[in-house]
Write a protein that binds this ligand. Sequence first.
Ligand SMILES: [Zn+2]
Length: 444
Amino acid sequence: MTEIVIRGADHLLTMDDDRRELSGADIRITDGVIAEIGEGLDSAGEVIRAEGCVVTPGLVNTHHHLYQTLTRAVPGGQDALLFGWLKTLYPIWSRFGPEEMRISALTGLAELALSGCTLTSDHLYLYPNGARLDDTIHAAREIGMRFHPTRGAMSIGESQGGLPPDMLVEREAAILEDCIRVIDTFHDASVGAMTRVGVAPCSPFSVSRELMRDAALLARDKGVMMHTHLAENDEDIAYSLEQFGCRPGQYAEDLGWTGPDVWHAHCVKLDGAEIDLFASSRTGVAHCPCSNCRLGSGIAPVRAMRDAGVNVGLGVDGSASNDAANLVAEARQAMLLQRVSRGADAMSAREALEIATRGGADVLGRPDCGRIEVGARADVAIWDVSGVESAGSWDPAALLMTGPTRVRDLLVEGRQVVRDGVVTTIDLPVVVEQANRMARALAG
Ligand SMILES: [Zn+2]
């Protein structure tokens, strides 16, 4: 049995059912699970002192494309809208292989960990030159993050009227076969799982209607979750109306893409009826505010979604459309962006942090994560609020109003992945050097 006690945090934001905020409380962790919360807990094992710190549940990232970490801020795509941005990047992505997938994933996961993230999903939808979903899963195991990779796909290339070049698309039968392979090999349905696999055609404009439907049937047969991009911007809505004769919400519903086992990225352009559909069907949303700002997509109606009862989580989206992947900064951006359209009382710092923790965990079907309560997994972020960013604030719980934007310590399943601001599980400077070398080669 391994035991850790996190002792004496100035503030503990539990995000439990009562949203309790405790001062001076300790947390006992036993074998990766939160065993006890209270004052003056003794420990037979390690003690992590948390005076001068705010402790929160580990943040949950519900949308990412880790491979894009090697193509940040590519000059030709910096100022383009979604479709033009994609067309700039597809040729570069076609040069990726297994080692690029591994290094980009390690880099992106380390960046997330340092920003408080303990559980992330990933949406990998292109597999050039022998790359496989396995490459990213091995990377997540190396660094020790809780990981929900999704087997993405594109099947309609340029020659068939699609957006991606033909060399990046796959045959639909092969896509479904590989979905089965990765689910059977890696998916763990048990409570506390470190790896859960999902099925995720890239978007309604890069796969056929048949693949959307078959992917949903397969996911339900296997008991795994489903994910895609939906209603991202005006072009996306226009495409849906023109090609499918309906709005994205209707298209999703017709093909089985609504329900508690489904979450859609972006949903910037959902209308009132679609929000009601998502609420009544318990369909989740991955809100990606920085990406939406970066690509000029618009302001997602998150206030309306939350008021209607839609499960909303947060996503940094791929590092080519953010271009950062700092999850706590993303939560701040979510708070600010709702205020742009709805006023200063549209979203509080605490609500944004709730979306970033238990909100995301619920979207990913992980009620065992995203909250600090007895029986939950020990995914915990410890933020040092004794530094200059927080100086002068007497509500350290309002983390998103001030900072910091990096954790001091991070525990995943009770294991320390970040200690004193340093990733402990991989040699990060070496990984960063490899990432830079690979990015230069890809650009060449
Ligand atoms: Zn995306």
